[in-house]
Design a protein around this ligand. Structure first.
Ligand SMILES: Nc1ncnc2c1ncn2[C@@H]1O[C@H](COP(=O)(O)OP(=O)(O)O)[C@@H](O)[C@H]1O
Ligand code: SF4
Ligand SMILES: [Mg+2]
Length: 351
């Protein structure tokens, strides 16, 4: 496995301005120090309740929103072919330097709602060609041919070139957004709830298209969703986030078979099985998600955790491996006890 991206203590705090002078009076700690290694070919699912920092993670990785702290390290493909493991810190890299190292267009994002992410005044051919123009180096003829090729790849045709976004269904619009995202031959795609705004009937088609493109072009995905069955279907690994932090990471099947963090158990409680019953023990969380402006001290989950003890309120738990399994990491002071505690308090565990 070769790395493509490594996040080190990555932070994104959005400033809150106030007073007549519009000075910064506080900040939203949307992303508050996350560590994550993404390997080439991974499909990493990022899950967690609304507001936990999933979209912010995606935007920080592709540098749509510059990080407030920490580092984003990019490992070029050619380096890995040479056996070199040198990464490049791209956190504060300028556009021209990115272009110089060939990073322009290598990381793209598909947004949740194609109605707002596609410019309603632009023709489809221009929407898809836009990233090619930004990257540069294409003649108009090359661009035209590439746009047709991309339309075909996502299941549309050249008859769609001279139309506007409103002439398409939601599913077709998301296909156009995907064509635009893959136009520059990216290596990594951030997919931010790409099927959530679509009719149930077309969600599976878009998921299958994304799976096909991933295989065909050896893509790496960061797949953001709050839909656990979607993430189970498409992801190789899953990251569980809570209030700007990662609380658990594991390979997909391992996470579903052996969840360790109380919050993961709570998330899984909501998954219905085919016979309509919950597949795991039902932990119903009490209280609201605390504000990311002033998150709780210690473990951020302690205000809602049924297993909270004193240390949880003072010391933030670190993300650590469990049972010598380096691929499964949990941030909880009581990680080794939790499955048993859940079983005794709430019934059966796992899915
Ligand atoms: N541009 C912004 N300015 C200020 N706060 C923001 C901005 N974008 C997101 N936030 C806040 O950051 C937190 C995380 O948001 P987000 O990453 O969108 O969560 P998610 O995608 O998991 O629902 C939320 O509290 C949200 O209100
Ligand atoms: S560290 Fe404590 S409060 Fe946080 S999840 Fe673990 S048991 Fe619950
Ligand atoms: Mg979001």
């Amino acid at each position: 496995m070769t790395k493509i991206i490594e996040l080190k203590k990555l932070k994104k705090h959005y400033p809150i301005l106030g007073g007549v002078l519009r000075r910064q009076i506080n900040s939203v700690k949307a992303l508050d120090g996350i560590d994550l290694i993404v390997n080439r070919g991974d499909c990493i699912g990022i899950v967690g309740e609304s507001g936990c920092g999933k979209t912010t993670t995606g935007k920080a990785v592709i540098k749509l929103h510059p990080a407030t702290g920490g580092n984003i390290i990019y490992y070029p493909k050619d380096n890995s072919a040479n056996g070199s493991k040198t990464g490049i810190d791209i956190t504060a890299m300028s556009g021209s330097k990115s272009r110089k190292i060939g990073l322009t267009g290598k990381m793209q994002m598909v947004f949740q709602d194609p109605t707002t992410s596609l410019n309603p005044r632009m023709l489809i051919k221009n929407i898809i060609a836009e990233p090619l123009r930004t990257k540069g180096g294409f003649s108009s003829r090359q661009m035209h041919e590439k746009v047709i090729e991309l339309l075909n790849l996502v299941g549309l045709t050249k008859d769609h070139l001279l139309r506007y976004p409103h002439e398409f269904s939601g599913g077709q619009r998301q296909r156009i957004a995907i064509a635009r995202a893959i136009a520059t031959n990216p290596e990594l795609l951030v997919l931010d709830e790409p099927t959530s705004a679509l009719d149930v009937s077309v969600q599976a088609q878009i998921l299958n298209l994304l799976k096909k493109l991933k295989d065909e072009f050896n893509l790496t995905y960061l797949f953001i969703t709050h839909h656990l069955l979607v993430v189970k279907y498409i992801s190789t690994r899953i990251v569980v986030m809570y209030l700007g932090k990662i609380v658990e990471i594991a390979d997909t099947q391992d996470l579903f078979d052996n969840p360790m963090h109380p919050y993961t158990f709570a998330l899984f409680s909501g998954i219905p099985s085919t016979d309509g019953k919950a597949v795991s023990s039902r932990i119903v969380l009490t209280g609201d998600v605390p504000s990311p402006i002033d998150p709780p001290a210690g473990c951020r989950f302690h205000t809602r955790c049924p297993f909270v003890i004193d240390i949880c309120k003072k010391h933030p738990p670190q993300l650590e491996s469990v049972n010598n399994n380096t691929t499964h990491q949990v941030a909880c002071h009581r990680k080794n006890e939790i499955p048993e505690l859940v079983k005794n308090s709430f019934g059966k565990t796992g899915s």
